[in-house]
Design a protein around this ligand. Structure first.
Ligand SMILES: Cc1cc2nc3c(=O)[nH]c(=O)nc-3n(C[C@H](O)[C@H](O)[C@H](O)COP(=O)(O)O)c2cc1C
Length: 178
């Protein structure tokens, strides 16, 4: 089982990326074949041609396509920006379509507010369904992300436990789909 953790914020100083790295660390203990798709690092241009219609996709898109083809499961870690997920995430993911079909999607939302990005989480589940994916019905929200880490280390054990429970539930949901 190959899992892609997608880190969705492209902002300098983004806080959701710490959550994505923490998810990767914890998942690596449960399942070995995980990779991080960091939309900031990939830095795809504003979408003109999707991969399938592209007259000359470059190496970045070709490599990404190959990795997406091998991926069985997507776990999106997204900030909430204006009550939804950010354009950086959608712009990056929209280059592809059939690479997602029939695959399982999980959602973790992140915000500095009390509601933990719940609007972004719900919108992302809908997006996953539009991509013909199978959305894990639960999601993990991350309120007050500014209080969860110190120097990149997670210090909030309650949230850590919630994350572990979410990841275990998500993996067992995936296994039941097989
Ligand atoms: C353009 C923009 C819009 C935002 N809108 C919301 C929002 O609707 N709800 C919310 O809880 N936080 C909102 N925030 C704050 C984010 O929750 C905060 O930046 C958090 O750290 C996650 O985003 P990041 O990973 O980009 O840092 C917004 C931030 C930005 C930059």
């Amino acid at each position: 089982m190959k899992i892609a953790i997608i880190s969705g914020s492209a902002r300098p100083g983004r806080q959701s990326h710490q959550v994505a790295l923490e998810v990767k660390n914890r998942l690596d203990k449960l399942s070995t074949d995980n990779w991080l798709w960091d939309v900031k690092e990939t830095n795809l241009p504003l979408l003109d041609y999707t991969f399938d219609s592209h007259p000359s996709p470059g190496d970045t898109l070709k490599n990404l396509k190959a990795r997406l083809d091998e991926t069985d499961v997507f776990l999106i870690v997204s900030p909430e920006h204006n009550a939804s997920y950010p354009g950086s995430l959608k712009n990056s993911m929209d280059y592809f379509f059939k690479e997602y079909a029939g695959k399982v999607f999980g959602v973790i939302s992140v915000s500095t507010g009390m509601l933990g990005g719940i609007s972004a989480a719900k919108n992302l589940q809908q997006y996953a369904i539009t991509l013909q994916g199978i959305a894990y019905p639960q999601y993990l929200i991350t309120p007050k992300v500014q209080n969860l880490f110190a120097s990149g280390v997670m210090t909030d054990e309650d949230y850590g436990k919630k994350m572990d429970r979410f990841l275990q539930g998500f993996l067992s949901f995936y296994k039941k789909q097989q």
